[in-house]
Design a binder for this molecule. Structure first.
Ligand SMILES: Cc1cc2nc3c(=O)[nH]c(=O)nc-3n(C[C@H](O)[C@H](O)[C@H](O)COP(=O)(O)O)c2cc1C
Length: 180
């Protein structure tokens, strides 16, 4: 049985450093021999930016609902947001406001964020981890933060970040597999 992993990026444009970072995490997970993961990636453009005007779930497009459903039933999530004004972006939070409060209970979640510099490197700990704590998710101990200077032409080029990506992917993979 394939283990379904959803990568969800709070990016609103392509290419995106946030999506690149999340894809690096997904690639590391695929390298781990006992992984056996089926990984699908979505960003806010897949959801459709018009979802920002929706308040109730029944106002969402079918594609937005399908992605929320995929997040809710996944065996594990790899999620990340660009840093906007010292926190996750408003649209990233708006997406998770539609997720059923019980759907992520005990679900392994790997956390990442990208900011312009290193000043907001704790955004993952101060904003993302508490959000997924609300859901009762099992967040991976190692989180990953990257600044714009850690990329060259939308490719990760900083070895410290790459090492954290490998460590986070290792922890995530084992956490997901421990659920089966
Ligand atoms: C509206 C807006 C607000 C931002 N606020 C911050 C911030 O508070 N701190 C920070 O480090 N970077 C901030 N940034 C920079 C982005 O987080 C950074 O460039 C990030 O790498 C973008 O990722 P992306 O390529 O996935 O969009 C902001 C960018 C925008 C557009």
């Amino acid at each position: 049985m394939a283990i379904e992993i959803i990568v969800f990026s709070g990016a609103t444009h392509r290419p995106s450093k946030t999506t690149t970072l999340l894809q690096a995490l997904a690639s590391e997970c695929k390298k781990i021999p006992e992984g056996g993961f089926n990984i699908s990636t979505f960003d806010l453009l897949d959801v459709g930016l018009e979802f920002g005007a929706a308040i109730n779930r029944d106002e969402l497009s079918s594609k937005a609902r399908a992605i929320i459903d995929a997040v809710e039933i996944a065996d594990g999530l790899i999620v990340g947001s660009p840093v906007y004004k010292g926190a996750y972006s408003g649209l990233f939070k708006h997406f998770f406001d539609f997720v059923d409060p019980l759907a992520l209970l005990r679900k392994p979640v790997c956390l990442a964020a990208c900011g312009g510099g290193h000043r907001h490197a704790l955004v993952v700990e101060q904003f993302l981890r508490p959000l997924f704590g609300f859901f009762g998710a099992l967040t991976v101990p190692t989180s990953v933060y990257a600044a714009d200077s850690d990329f060259h032409q939308y490719r990760l080029c900083e070895s410290g970040v790459t090492e954290r990506v490998a460590q986070a992917a290792f922890e995530f993979t084992h956490l997901v597999r421990s659920q089966f």
